[in-house]
Every structure is written in C-alpha cells, then in structure tokens.
Design a protein around this ligand. Sequence first.
Ligand SMILES: Nc1ncnc2c1ncn2[C@@H]1O[C@H](COP(=O)(O)OP(=O)(O)OP(=O)(O)O)[C@@H](O)[C@H]1O
Length: 613
Amino acid sequence: MEDDLETPYWHLDRPSTRALRRLPTLTLPVLRLIWESGRRPALVILILQLGAGVATASGLLATAAVLDDLLAAGAAPDRLMAALPSLVLVAAIVALRGAADAAVELARARLEPALRRAAEERLFAAALGVQLADFDDVDFYDGLHRARDRGLFHLDRAVANTIDLIGAACGVTAAAVGLAVLHPLLPPLLAISVLPEAWAVLRAARRGYAGMREMVTLNRRVDMLADLVTEREPAAELRACQAQPYVLSEYRQVADVLKAKETRVGLSMARVRTVGRAAGGLAMAGVLAVLGLMLHDGWIALAAAGTAVIAVRVAATALRQLAQAANQLLEQFLYVADYHDFLADAEARKQPAGGTAAPRSPERVTLHGVGFTYPGSRRPALREINLTIHAGQTIALVGENGSGKTTLARLLAGLYRPTRGVVRWDGLDTAELDQDTLADRVVLVPQQPVRWPHDARTNVRMGRHDRRDPGDHALREAAALAAADDVVAGLPAGWQTLLSKQFRGGHELSAGQWQRLAVARGLFRDGPLLIWDEPTAPLDAKAEYAVYETLRKIAGERTVLLITHRLTSVRHADRIYLLHRGAIAEEGTHEELLALRGRYAELYALQTGTVKR
Ligand SMILES: Nc1ncnc2c1ncn2[C@@H]1O[C@H](COP(=O)(O)OP(=O)(O)OP(=O)(O)O)[C@@H](O)[C@H]1O
C-alpha cells in the first residue's frame, strides 16, 4: 500500500517546479484578468495602497517632528504647544491611513466577486468549446478538473494575496524612505534587522512548498474518497455492497500517511521560523545598540533615533506580511498555472468556427473506411466501416457489449471525428462542414441521458432550448408520443416540478421515467437525422410499445438510426448492421440475416427462445 501511495495509479497530475520558475510570467495573466474584470476597484486599491505608503512615510516624519519638539529645551507646556501642530498632523495621518485601509476593503469587496465571475466564465466557455473526444483524453480531463477544483479557488486567493503583497511592499518602502530622510545610514540598519526573519520566512516557504508538492497526490486521493462518501450517486450501491468499512479503511491508510507528512512539514517550518525569530531578535538588539552608539556620538538626534525604532518595527511588520503573502502566492501560483495551462490547452483544441453549412436534410449519409481510436487507447473502437444511409430509412445497429455501436452513433452525430476514413453528407466531408449546422440536423437520445437538475418542462425543452413553442403545443405533443405525459401528470407541480433531490422541494424520478423524458426531449428537438441509443432499455412494456409506435410513425419522414439489444424491435428496419469488435460483421434485412445463419441468427434465436439444442 505504501508503494501504491508513493507511485499511485491515480497520480495523474505530476507536480512540478515550473510554477516557481514561471512566477513572473504567471503574474501577467492574473494582472490582465484583474484589469479586464475589475479595472476600477483595482485602480482604486492601487492608488489607496500607494497613498497609505505615503501616509506611513509622512507619519514617521511627523512623529520625528513631534519628538523633536517634545525633547527640545524649555518648559513642558511650551514644548507641548510647539509640538501641537505636528501632533495634529500625526493624528490626521493615522485617521487617513485608517480610512485608506477601510476603502481598500470596500474596493476588494467589489473586485473579488467580479474576478471570480470572469475567471469562472472563462473556464466554462473553454470547457464548452472543446469537442467530446477531448473529454476522453485523460490529460485534458485531469487538467480541466484541476483548473476547476483548485485553480479557480486559488486564483481568487492569489488576487487577495497580490493586494496584500502590494500593500506590504508600499509599507516597507515607506518605512525605508522615512528612515533615509532621517539619516542615510538607517535604511541599511533596517535591512540588517529584518534579514534573519525574511530568510526564515522564505526558507519555511520553500519547505512548505516542497511538502505541498509531495502531498498533492495524497490530497487528490482523499478528494476522490470524499466524493465517494458524500455524493448521492454512489450512496446506494456503496451501502448495498456494505463497502462502508472498506472505504473508511482506505481513507485511514491515505489519511495516516498524509497526517505524518503534514506534521513533518509543519514542524520543520515551525523550527525554521523559531530560529528566524530568535535571530531577528538578536539583530534588532544589534540595531538598537548601533542606534545608541550613533546617538552617543551625536550622529543622530534623540528624536530621530526614537522615530527610527518605530520605523524599524513598522517595516519589520510590513516585511513579515510581505513575505507571508509572497509565500502563499508561491503555492497559489502553482494552481493558477494549472488554470492558465488549461485555458491555453482548451484554446488550442477549440474547433475553428465556420465552413460550409451542412445540408438541411441530407439525402445520403456515407461512411468510407471509417475507423476511430479513443484518445490514449491502442485498440481502435471502430475499423473499416463502410455504409450508406438514405433519407427516410430506418437503420439498426446491433451487436454485443463493447462492439462499437455507441461510438459509431456518436461519429454519425458528428460528436467524434473519424481517426481514419471519412463521413460524408450528400458527398460533403463532414469534417469541413460548419459544426453548428451539422449538430443542428441531428437528434441524439443517448444511452444514459442527462438528468437536468431543472423542472420537467426545462428537461424536455432542453432538446432545443431556443425553439419557439407558443402554448407549449410541441412540448405536450413530444411528451404524449414518448409516454412522458403520464409521468408529468403524476408530478406534484406538473411541468413546474423541480427534478432534483439535491435541492429543497425537488422530486426524484425512476430510471424509466427519466428515460421517457429523454425520449420526449429528443422528439421535441426534432431534426432530419434521429439517433436512438438504447432508447427503451429501462422502459416498461407499455412505454416501450408507445416509443416504438412513435418511431414507426415518424420513420419515413426522418432518417432513423436505432441501437438496441432487443432484436425483435429491429425486424422492420430497412437495414441491420451487426457490429463485432468494431467492424461490421453482418448486414442486411432481418430475413437476409436470419438466412445467413450467422451471429445475428444465433442472437435472435437466443432472445426469442427458438435456439436449437
Ligand atoms: N470514452 C472511451 N474511451 C476509451 N475507450 C472507450 C470509450 N468509450 C468506449 N470505449 C471502448 O470502445 C469500445 C466500443 O464501445 P461502445 O460504447 O461503442 O460499445 P457499444 O457497442 O455501444 O457497447 P454497449 O452495448 O455495452 O453499449 C469498447 O471496447 C470500449 O471499451
């Protein structure tokens, strides 16, 4: 198990040091995103941070003036009166700084949601813009999930940290400038006083970063287990298999290793910080001693020395914040790099828009020597497929599990592009057709339809969401033809019933009821080429009969491609293709295939109980 944890099969994302090296180049896209999504609040924040820096520097100088007046010779009331204007100035600057900090908070409240929204939309648009085959590409899929689950989250925090970083940098600079004005020797003294702690913070950051890289895969495994334990989908089977103890023990194995690693890294970071703090204390004592000497030898006035002590403390605090923000940014940029890599990858995969419009209602769909291999697979899922479908025909695809039926249906629907050969619509290569118009002509009712977490109406209308349907006539007709009207009639709020148990008031349907809605969705979509992939598998006999009646009614007006394991349902098809291991093994009408006495005849005999023993 330990070995499995170190080199696990679920280790898809290899953590790398690239983010560290790419830090400068990664900052640019983040800044661009800030600029594009929240220019005004970003500018306000920048100006306010600079203003706060100037206020800090002037505050220090005004403090020096106050001390100067207070420490001058003369009666105490006179000295106080002399210091009063500078005191008022210090108070005003402190108030201004406070106001600037509050205004930064307000601007942040505007910037961060705007940025999150923009980043999310980019990710969604990129994911929606790629082709189906990209989702079968493990690298792409993993990149998408890293970008979604961690990239977005850390992008948000990276922006917050960038703001803190700028604020802290302004604070350090302001303190250094204030000190330089008091005496040119003071900024180097400041540097000496903060160096040990800066070293410690950076060193601790590097250890934390290295530890985080080690733990990426373990955390990923815990995330996977968390999904398994908390999601609704696996909940039933997990319990039915009584797999709870197994899942919990698997969690413990990973979590124990994770805990040990986290503790080791945490302790090591704490040790480095403690050493840094101790060294920082010593350095500060040294600085104070040097200040004392300067004071003793008359290099610096008492008031300036007092201010210098305040300035060094201000700078040390700001520097600590700066190092902390930089430290967190190092980690966050690793994930931000994932986000940007995903966007770049999706952009490269995006299909160029345009091309010739697909025929409105193709007369002939032909496949010439078509083959298809899934990304990352060695064995082709389809080989040398040659077939022609004429308008108005009903074609059936049959064959054993895994023989390639769904893959072929998706190729015909234009969802996959052949890796060999060509698909033509009326002689036109579909790869060169405008993909939007191609998709527009196709209706696909898939094997596992989406259960849209919306109301029943939207579930059906989603087939063609922009279809105008005054009075819901088409909606009701599609529902009646798919035997989905009964389902809707039984819902507590009819068409308005929310179909998702994940939300309050949601209603759950049975597998067959969902399937009826999916068939209704396909009928509502309407189009010249209908592809039905196992449309009736979970349906009861009555609903199945209704669906096949509908199919028979619309056959002739539409071209229908039907995939099913129930051979009795395809007897009337104009042509039946039997797939075996990705190739067409037999083809013909039902009678021709029976006469062949091959695989089809054997399967048919098995299903109808007429098999000879
Ligand atoms: N997303 C995928 N990535 C890689 N290989 C896949 C993918 N989907 C299917 N395959 C493989 O392609 C082959 C054909 O699968 P396909 O789903 O087309 O079969 P099918 O005939 O529709 O099966 P069934 O009757 O079980 O629905 C199978 O060997 C399967 O393992």
